[in-house]
Design a protein around this ligand. Structure first.
Ligand SMILES: [Zn+2]
Ligand SMILES: [Zn+2]
Length: 80
C-alpha cells in the first residue's frame, strides 16, 4: 500500500535555488522560508564561540555578553 507522505516527499524533493542569491535547497518550503526571512536581509553573523547564527551584530554582542560572559569587544571587534 502506498504511503501518501512518501509521495509528498517525492513531489517536493528536488533542487530549488533562489533566483536572487543562488542559494539552493532540497526542499521547496526551505527556499520559501529563505526568501521570506533571509534573502536580502542583513548579513548573518555567527558567534565565534558556539557558531550560532545571528542576524544582527547588536544581538551578537548581547549573546556574547550574556551567554559567554564576554566583557571585552576589542579583540574581536573586527567581527562587527
Ligand atoms: Zn536568496
Ligand atoms: Zn555563542
Amino acid at each position: 500500500m502506498e504511503n501518501p507522505r512518501a509521495d509528498y516527499h517525492k513531489r517536493y524533493r528536488g533542487k530549488y535555488s533562489c533566483d536572487d542569491c543562488g542559494k539552493s535547497y532540497t526542499w521547496k518550503p526551505s527556499l520559501t522560508r529563505h526568501k521570506r526571512e533571509e534573502c536580502g536581509k542583513d548579513p548573518q553573523f555567527s558567534c565565534p564561540f558556539c557558531k550560532i547564527k545571528i542576524r544582527r551584530s547588536g544581538v551578537l554582542k548581547r549573546h556574547l555578553i550574556h551567554v559567554h560572559k564576554w566583557a571585552s569587544y576589542t579583540e574581536t571587534s573586527h567581527l562587527f
